[in-house]
Design a protein around this ligand. Structure first.
Ligand code: FES
Length: 91
């Protein structure tokens, strides 16, 4: 199934380094995966927020060092990195 990775590029996330996180995702070329720099994901203050669709799995406090694990486990093998998953009030 095709996936979309949203990496928040709005102010609060940008302060915590979301530009570098977006670049780290863009460095990978994964068939069926689209990486987008998004507007605010309404979870401000939790570090760089990343949302993976269509499954609606959230990651918070994402740094460039975390991107490899998300790519290898979640995007390539469809296994969310449970230790890094952010629980929203909706989940
Ligand atoms: S600025 Fe990133 S979630 Fe709001």
């Amino acid at each position: 199934m095709n996936k979309t990775v949203l990496v928040c590029q709005n102010r609060a996330c940008k302060i915590s380094g979301s530009t570098a996180v977006l670049q780290a995702f863009q460095a990978y070329s994964i068939p069926g995966v689209t990486v987008i720099g998004s507007g605010c994901l309404a979870q401000c203050g939790n570090g760089t927020m990343v949302l993976i669709l269509p499954e609606e799995i959230w990651y918070s406090q994402v740094s460039p060092d975390n991107v490899k694990a998300i790519v290898e486990q979640h995007l390539r093998k469809d296994k969310p990195v449970e230790s890094m998953v952010y629980k929203t009030k909706y989940s």
